[in-house]
Design a protein around this ligand. Structure first.
Ligand SMILES: [Zn+2]
Length: 480
């Protein structure tokens, strides 16, 4: 071995799907057979396209004569119906090359689970170009459309982020990538070049979201700072009030809070955040992103302090009838649906599910990625050989999604199909939380308790070690 390494990194990078091998990322959706399902709209019966060309669109005639399904997709709620409903909201974070697959995923989730689940898309103004955002927003079942300004991307003093200065990198390829990323950000989101406060700043932030067709508007999302915490919190509240002044009739605003690790861990600071949210009744929607420490021992967050704080936040939101969206949280966000949160954002990559402190991780060149498969029975990810072994167990919970069919019918493991399967499961289990709460006394918490208990039981005696052993679930269970 020559000691050549590739950087993998962590954090929320330019195009998170670059984590996948290129040849796989190219498996285009247009190769997929056309499939559609009848859908009732106010204008009569139409068809929701599930796969083939333009998944997520609604067409008058199904060109798929082989469609023998007797099912009809549920009616699509409009934006105000979504926020008036108590249903969970899953937002799909737009990643690198995935617009078609994302639209297919959302359409299939709506067709199967739309009765108990609201859906939306979250794009990044800094990391995605306008045509990609337009295509992602052009999905009929993605009712909530968020274009996140991500002003925190330059808050290097309070967050641990990938560097922005090309000269800090010795590897010329990395330096070039950094230079291109920073240039693209300035080109796509001109507000990164502005003074970061005042009415002109927030006007530019809102206008950038309006231009791409967002329907839930965010404040900038610049980070809180532990060095002058009180002032940074005041600035964010003032920015929110400025934003309310600049909204046009009918526009909905969410207060966008980015909380660094040292602020979420500090009890005094955390209490101040809660007090401020409680006091400012003008903000009915909270969009909150918290930075975590990377954890090599666990696939999911198990820091008890942070988890307890998410719980308090979720309970406050429920008590005060506020809409809480836990941005970039994946399964962690799903877990807090059971404690009072309304929604979470996720996506088909680790970065889309976790906002972690940036850390360089290295992988030997030529060494492939591990096969990672999400197991519903375990609520955790395992490698390919463990997956093969677990599925012979009598109490195994299998998945019927179309990405699992793809994995089973191919001799090569598809990392991309496996990641879409995981996101599909997040949508399915979010709908389950709601469905179960409607059916049984005890509501969402009771469903969460039963689901976690059965995963812990399933894990016993299966020889799971390290990250495959879902020890984080014990901490999650203790919260209930
Ligand atoms: Zn599946």
């Amino acid at each position: 071995m020559t000691g050549e390494w590739e950087n993998e990194g962590s954090g929320f990078q330019e195009d998170a799907e670059d984590e996948f091998p290129l040849e796989e990322a190219g498996s285009a959706l247009s190769d997929r057979p056309y499939e559609s399902i009848p859908i009732q709209t106010i204008d009569g019966q139409y068809y929701l396209v599930l796969s083939g060309e333009n998944p997520g669109s609604i067409v008058p005639i199904a060109s798929d004569s082989s469609n023998k399904t007797n099912r009809t997709a549920p009616h699509i709620r409009n934006e105000s119906q979504i926020f008036d409903s108590d249903l969970p909201l899953m937002l799909l974070n737009l990643t690198g090359r995935t617009v078609d697959q994302g639209n297919e995923l959302l359409s299939r989730l709506h067709a199967e689970y739309g009765e108990h689940l609201n859906l939306g898309v979250c794009a990044s103004l800094a990391r995605h170009n306008k045509s990609k955002i337009n295509k992602a927003f052009d999905c009929s079942v993605a009712t909530v459309k968020i274009a996140d300004p991500e002003a925190f991307l330059v808050d290097h003093a309070s967050l641990v982020l990938e560097g922005d200065n090309p000269t800090d990198f010795t590897n010329p390829d990395t330096a070039l990538k950094v230079e291109r990323r920073v240039a693209a950000r300035s080109r796509r989101a001109a507000y990164f070049e502005m003074e970061r406060s005042g009415i002109e700043w927030i006007k530019a932030i809102l206008e950038a979201q309006r231009e791409v067709g967002a329907n839930v508007f965010l404040t900038s999302g610049k980070s809180l700072r532990s060095s002058d915490f009180r002032q940074s919190l005041d600035e964010i509240i003032a920015e929110g009030n400025d934003a309310i002044e600049c909204l046009e009739p009918g526009e909905r605003l969410a207060l966008n809070l980015t909380i660094p690790l040292d602020c979420i861990l500090n009890e005094t600071f955390f209490n101040e955040i809660l007090n401020e949210l409680l006091e400012h009744d003008e903000f009915d929607t909270w969009y909150i992103r918290t930075q975590w420490r990377p954890d090599r021992e666990s696939n999911q967050l198990k820091d008890a302090t942070i988890l307890h704080r998410y719980k308090r936040l979720s309970e406050l939101a429920e008590d005060e009838e506020k809409i809480l969206i836990l941005a970039q949280t994946g399964w962690v966000g799903w877990n807090f649906l059971g404690h009072g949160a309304t929604g979470f954002s996720t996506g088909p990559s680790q970065n889309a599910q976790k906002f972690q402190q940036y850390a360089i991780t290295r992988r030997r060149k030529g060494v492939g990625q591990n096969e990672r498969f999400f197991e519903k029975s375990l609520l955790n990810v395992v490698d390919g050989s463990m997956h093969a072994s677990l599925r012979n167990e009598s109490d195994y919970v299998s998945c019927e999604c179309r990405w699992c069919d793809e994995i089973d019918s191919s001799p090569l493991f598809s990392h991309i199909a496996a990641s879409w399967h995981e996101v599909y499961c997040q949508g399915a289990l979010s709908a389950e939380i709601q469905r179960s709460a409607e059916l049984r006394r005890g509501g969402r918490r009771s469903y969460l308790r039963r689901t976690i208990d059965s995963a812990l039981l399933f894990a016993q005696g299966k020889g799971l070690v390290g990250r495959e052993n879902p020890t984080f679930l014990r901490t999650w269970r203790d919260l209930i």
